[in-house]
Structures are given as C-alpha cells and as structure tokens.
Design a protein around this ligand. Structure first.
Ligand code: PMP
Length: 451
C-alpha cells in the first residue's frame, strides 16, 4: 500500500525544487510505487506494462527476486569498498563480465554512469593515441557533462555554450532519414530487408563523408577516437546500413584512432542475435562502454578495453570513490547470471522479432506509422504525416503517448523531432505482453488520429 505524499503534494514539490530542465514526460505523469518484472504499479495500484524499462535500464526485470536477494545478502556484509582492499564480489564480477567479450578486451574499469564511462573512454583514447580529436555521429547521445556535450549530438541536450575543441560529428548513416538513405543491418531480415548482396549501396557515400571530415576538419592521421552506439538510442533507434561500422572502423584506424562502441543501450543481449550490439556489425571495438542495463537500475557502468590501451595511464593512478563498490558489483554479477539462467538474449530475439512483426502489421492499418525498425528488444516506431516523411506534429504524438499511458502501457519518445516511440522493455517480456501492448497502441492511434 502506498503511504507517501499525495500526487498533488509531489506536483507542488516538483515545481518548487526540481530544475525546470527536468521536463514532464506526460501531461499527467505516473506516480510509481512498485515494480515487478515487466510490470509497474502506481500509487493507486494501477498496473502498467513497462515497455521502456526506465530508459533501457531495467534489463532483467523490475525488482527481480534474484537481484533483490543478492543485494540483501550483501547489504548485511559490507556496502562500500575501495580499491585499497580486495573484495571477492568485484573480482568475480569483472572476471565474468570480461568472459562475455572478445578475449583481449579484458581490463575492466567500474564506474557509475554512462557519462563517466564515455568520458573515461575519451581520456584513454587520447592518452593511448596521442591524438586529440574525437568523432561521433549526428543524433548520437553519449552522456551529459561539459565535454560530452561536445561528443553527443542530440540537440535537445546541447546548450548554447562552447564545448571543448576537438569534437566532430559525421553524418549519421540513417536509412530512413539520412542524406543517402540506405538499408538496415541484419535485423532487416525482419524490419525491411537490405537487398544489397554485400555492403549496403549507401555505405560508400556515408564513408566518403567521414573520409572528407577526416581530411579537412580533423587533421588526417590525427584522430583519437570514433564513438558509435551500435543502434542509436535517444536519436530514435537509428540502425546503420550494412557495412558502415566496419568501414568506419577501418578508416579511423588508418587515421590513428580507436573505435569506441557505446553499448549503454544495446548491450547485454538486448539485440537478440548477439550479446553485444557491435557483434551484429562484424566489428571488434578497442574500447566498449556500458551502463544502464548493466545494473538493472542500480548505479553501475563500465569501460572495458585491452591491456595495452589501459597502460596509457602511464604510471598515473585512476580514482573513483564509488566505481565498483561491493553492492554494485554484486548486482552486476547477478544481472549477468540472470541473463544466462533465464536465457534472456534468446527471449529478446524471439519476442523482439514477434513485436517488430506485429508493429509492421499495425503500420499497414495506420498511415501515421512511417517506419518500424529495431533489433531484438530495441525497437522504434516513427510517426509521420500520412504519405510523407514529415514528422507528425509533436502535439499529436504526445496525445497518442498520453493515451497509451492512460491505458496501462509505458513507452518513451525519442528522435530529433520527438516523434519516435521507443520500446526497450525488460528482456523478460512475453508474446502475450506484446499482444496487450500492440492493442493499446492500436487503440490510442485510432482514437487520436480519427478525432
Ligand atoms: N550512452 C548512451 C547510448 C545513452 O543512451 C546514455 C543515456 N541515455 C548515456 C551514454 C549516458 O548514460 P548516463 O545517463 O548513465 O550518464
């Protein structure tokens, strides 16, 4: 039973103490009280299907019993540890985490957030290569601090302030909206197959643009790193054309730089076919950054790299008070165990493909659905004005979004025009849940667009 402040009291506290930069996600936001696996319950006991997992964070299920038990056991032993001492949970965890990655990616930094992880990755790449320039993609999101505001290219988070020099953005290779169009990578078996025999025909053009950036803005041969999400998240679930990441990595390597795979949203089996999103692209990064689902909601993140790159600290120490504390490492290890024991990667594949297929059926009935895309349980539905690619006006998108919530399903908006429904649920979701979600989304679109 909910015993906290009333809804009205919380609204008052929000307007008084919360920064205005923390917007309302809904006209009438949900007051959460409890979570269980793919379900959330509000203060009045109303049930919601959690199709966004608290920003792609709840990987194995809200308040998963196995995680709760592991956490409770550890709480009674010790909360906090530092690198001054040894602690078994931390070492067990980093051993198991590196076993999930290619062999030489076996040095693990434990940190607290995706922002910290990507910031540390830029430091490592610069120190290792001796170069200073960093390239990422338009509409990417890699975190929020004074330097990552330069790395991220999602306009809604970029303030009108100077960012440190040395950040450049290449054209995002977006098959739906990118300058040269294109087809999708392997998912495309499900969401609109790429018929190109090898590399997608558009890849050459996007690579040419990256090459021009390297020869002009960034001095040739002097790049420190290229950052890419394996499927863009906040940018609106953007998948890249076949071969793009492979060619980009080759080009960056030729110019002296490292490839950093941001697996903050795409890691831990979410994309279904593979444990890591980069594997779909047939590439092996030099550095992998992880956050969100790594801790199922507990503050934990990581940077994994090779011994050679980690040696770039060249005698200096790395310090992070909370990074890799005993509680976080305990949860992290339990998350990895649950993904294995409950075969959640496999579930992501089967339920994800089913979800995408059902959404494609829905697209046939609703001309406002311009594009359905994704891989596994990383899914996007882009809303447009019928018969065009013009983003559906945000007021209509928000009405549909609100209606979906009122009928017991939570999804989140994303993309440059906030017209993409993003669905990235806990990986324990079932086909029956998908059927429920689809019927709610169907009714909401009908209701709002036929008004
Ligand atoms: N990378 C990606 C791909 C993300 O989606 C996010 C968060 N939305 C981050 C990095 C930053 O993570 P955090 O909010 O934990 O700092």
């Amino acid at each position: 039973e909910y015993k906290g402040p009333t809804y009205e009291q919380l609204e008052h506290l929000k307007s008084k103490h919360m920064p205005p930069a923390i917007p309302n996600s809904y006209k009438k936001p949900v007051l959460l009280h409890q979570g269980h696996m793919q379900w959330l319950f509000d203060h009045e006991g109303k049930r919601y299907l959690d199709l966004f997992g608290g920003v792609v964070t709840v990987s194995v299920g809200n308040s998963h019993p196995k995680l709760n038990a592991a956490l409770k056991e550890q709480i009674d032993l010790i909360w906090h540890t530092t690198n001054l001492y040894r602690h078994p949970r931390i070492y067990e965890y980093i051993e198991k985490l590196s076993s999930k990655l290619p062999d030489d990616l076996n040095v693990v930094y434990l940190v607290n957030s995706g922002t910290e992880a990507n910031d540390l990755a830029t430091i490592l790449a610069k120190a290792y290569t001796g170069n200073l320039d960093v390239i990422s993609l338009q509409t990417s999101y890699h975190g929020y601090n004074s330097s990552l505001m330069g790395l991220s290219a999602t306009q809604s988070y970029r303030m009108n302030l100077p960012v440190p020099p040395g950040f450049y953005h290449a054209a995002h290779p977006d098959p739906y909206r990118g300058s040269w169009g294109g087809c999708r990578d392997s998912i495309s078996q499900v969401a609109g197959a790429c018929s190109c025999p090898g590399e997608c025909v558009s890849t050459e053009k996007y690579i040419h643009q990256l090459d021009e950036l390297l020869g002009n803005s960034v001095p040739a041969g002097r790049v420190a790193a290229f950052f890419a999400e394996s499927i863009q998240g906040a940018g609106g679930v953007v998948q890249f054309p076949k071969g793009y990441l492979k060619r980009a990595q080759e080009l960056i390597k030729k110019n002296g730089g490292l490839y950093v795979a941001d697996e903050v949203q795409t890691g831990f089996g979410r994309t279904g076919d593979h444990y890591w999103g980069f594997e779909t692209h047939g590439v092996k990064p030099d550095i992998v950054t992880m956050a969100k689902g790594i801790g199922n909601g507990f503050p934990l993140a990581a940077v994994v790299t090779t011994k050679e790159i980690a040696a770039a600290h060249s005698g200096k120490s790395y310090f992070n008070t909370f990074g890799g504390n005993a509680l976080a490492a305990t949860v992290g290890k339990a998350v990895l165990d649950v993904i294995d024991e409950e075969e959640l990667q496999k579930n992501s594949k089967t339920v994800g493909e089913y979800f995408i297929r059902q959404l494609m059926e829905l697209q046939k009935q609703h001309p406002v659905i311009g594009d359905v895309r994704g891989q596994g349980l990383m899914i996007g539905v882009e809303l447009v004005e019928p018969g065009t690619k013009k983003p559906l006006p945000v007021s209509l998108v928000k009405d549909i979004h609100e209606e979906i919530k009122d009928n017991g399903v939570l999804v989140v908006l994303g993309g440059r025009w906030s017209n993409v429904f993003r669905m990235k649920p806990p990986m324990c979701i079932t086909k029956a849940d998908v059927d429920f979600g689809i019927s709610v989304i169907d009714d909401a679109i009908k209701k709002v667009t036929k008004k």
